[in-house]
Ligand binder design. Structure first.
Ligand code: ADP
Ligand code: ADP
Length: 234
């Protein structure tokens, strides 16, 4: 059954005269499915991600996640966006651990199991090639390293839904392909539902079960392709 259901959604920014970013936009994502969303820049991909994550309310239509209408920022989501938005006054390790402090279910466990959670954060940092950087501050890291930190932050609380919006855009091609493998490992281990926005068709084909294509003005899903081959590497 669908874990994410987007039904005939419209999104207009800034009142009746504002930009109509999405209209008649529908898609379903099954539980445990890995879907990529591709489309020209400005077509509304990020807007769609914000609606599903509950960061903006839709102007019209329904967004349902795990059987519930989305009406506030979701705590079952892990998010990594193009802009890593790390808190500059926190060390890298503490940035990664942020969702554990925000999500109520984790907060109590964090108090009891701080050391175990810190170890988990360090393991994630190692997995993305940032071993030894936990005690640094964001300004001490390159853009690509900050982006990798934000991927760790999206994974630390093992959310059932991962919303990834160009999460590898600041990475060189080699690091990027290493991170594909990291993400694929995470997905195969826990089978979260994943929605990945990307410009990179190779990335979409490598990672996703299904690729959804968006049109612009107004943005909506106009085509879908099952990824038709055994994946290049697994
Ligand atoms: P994409 O992620 O595909 O590049 P976006 O969702 O960022 O597309 O943008 C879709 C449209 O909505 C664009 O025309 C963009 O200018 C507009 N838009 C995005 N965010 C805002 C905002 N906060 N306020 C007003 N318009 C916006
Ligand atoms: P990225 O590809 O992540 O943007 P850069 O091209 O800036 O990174 O740097 C390549 C590598 O150099 C990084 O993966 C890291 O190992 C090292 N590096 C970059 N910035 C720093 C830093 N501030 N401190 C220590 N090592 C760094």
């Amino acid at each position: 059954r669908a874990f994410v259901e987007i039904d005939n959604v419209a999104m207009r920014y800034g009142g009746v005269e504002g930009t109509l970013a999405l209209e008649g936009c529908s898609m379903n994502v099954a539980e445990g499915e890995f879907v990529a969303v591709v489309g020209p820049s400005g077509c509304g991909k990020s807007t769609l991600m914000r609606l599903v994550s509950g960061l903006w309310p839709a102007t019209d239509g329904n967004v349902v996640v795990a059987g519930r209408e989305v009406d506030e920022p979701l705590s079952l989501v892990g998010m990594a966006f193009q802009n890593p938005t790390l808190l500059p006054w926190r060390r890298i390790l503490d940035n990664v651990m942020l969702p554990l402090e925000v999500v109520p279910a984790h907060r109590a466990r964090l108090r009891r199991e701080r050391v175990a959670y810190e170890q988990k954060a360090l393991d994630l940092l190692k997995l993305v090639g940032l071993e030894g950087f936990g005690a640094k501050y964001p300004y001490q890291l390159s853009g690509g390293m900050q982006q990798r930190t934000s991927l760790c932050r999206a994974l630390i609380h093992e959310p059932p839904l991962l919303m990834l919006d160009e999460p590898f855009s600041a990475l060189d091609v080699f690091t990027r392909e290493d991170l594909w493998d990291v993400l694929q490992q995470v997905w195969m281990a826990r089978k979260p539902t994943v929605i990945l926005v990307t410009h990179d068709l190779r990335e979409a084909a490598y990672l996703a079960d299904r690729v959804l294509v968006m049109s612009s003005r107004p943005g909506r899903i106009i085509a879908e392709r099952k990824v038709p081959f055994p994946r290049p590497r697994t």
